[in-house]
Write a protein that binds this ligand. Structure first.
Ligand code: NAP
Length: 246
């Protein structure tokens, strides 16, 4: 049966690939990101596959924009079969002691607090009589501290535990939650990492080598692997997985 899936960070990179993959599997997609031409283009691409799919502009750092987005979603759809929490930012890449407070805080909001805000606000149209799968896009940085990535590491570690908490409480609500780390994927985020200053990010040469040696995976290939987990067909409630082991 056709379902409705919300994909955050769908304007480019992995989120765009996930959104298109979910639509191609016969579902409607709500593609969320900040307003941009990229997001408009994704909406057009989605609508050639599924006419009911839409894009919604929303800054995940802003509670007021999340609230407006949720109103738009609820006006149009009565139930979500899945939420793919993919939106994320790696910024600031900076020594912890030098990180600008507002940028550090913003990362925690986008990667973690916004995820809670969005999900909580959608409470009335998830779970219940029909199942909802919540998939969070994790990172190796959730389990390993990397010099210069403090806000990212902290927020992704928090997101892993948030996912486990949803899994715990979702059991009686017909909601399942799974976190998956996607590996190293060839997206704008990896370019931002390679553009960092080595004094802020001592592992920079390793990430340049991964790129030069062709070790980054293609976002479309990763999205294909993630699809059954997005749809709730694979993955046990509470799992924390890595794409490279699937
Ligand atoms: N690439 C990797 O190697 C890698 C590895 C591990 C985990 N991940 C995770 O995979 C996910 C996707 O990353 P990616 O590599 O595809 O990165 P990306 O190319 O930089 O895309 C990030 C997406 O998140 C959205 N986003 C960022 N800030 C936002 C905000 N304030 N409000 C709403 N949307 C926002 C962006 O949209 P706009 O900027 O247009 O709003 C974009 O669609 C992230 O959660 C990332 O942490 C990536």
């Amino acid at each position: 049966m056709k379902g409705v899936f919300l994909v955050t960070g769908a304007s480019r990179g992995l989120g765009r690939s996930i959104a298109l993959e979910v639509a191609k599997s016969g579902n409607t997609v709500i593609a969320l990101a900040r307003p941009s031409i990229d997001l408009d283009n994704v909406e057009s691409e989605l609508q050639t596959i599924d006419k009911e799919s839409i894009a919604i502009g929303c800054d995940m750092a802003l509670e007021s924009e999340i609230s407006t987005a949720v109103t738009q979603i609820k006006q149009r759809f009565s139930h979500l079969s899945g939420i793919i929490h993919n939106a994320g930012t790696i910024s600031p890449i900076s020594n912890l002691m030098d990180a600008p407070r507002e940028v550090w805080e913003r990362a925690i909001k986008v990667n973690l607090v916004g995820v809670q805000d969005l999900t909580q606000s959608l409470d009335s149209i998830i779970g219940g009589q029909s199942h909802t799968r919540i998939l969070t896009i994790s990172s190796g940085a959730a389990q390993r501290s990397l010099h210069g990535w403090s806000a990212y590491c902290v927020s992704k570690a928090g997101l892993d535990m948030w996912t486990k908490c949803v899994a715990e409480e979702g059991v009686n609500e017909n909601i399942s939650a799974v976190a998956i780390a996607p590996g190293i994927v060839d997206t704008a985020m990896q370019k931002e990492i390679r553009d960092a200053d080595e004094s802020d990010f001592p592992l920079l040469p390793n990430f340049i080598d991964y790129y030069r040696n062709g070790e980054l995976s293609n976002p479309d290939d990763v999205a294909e692997k993630l699809l059954p987990f997005c749809l709730g067909e694979s993955g046990e409630n509470g799992d924390r997985l890595d794409v490279r082991n699937l």
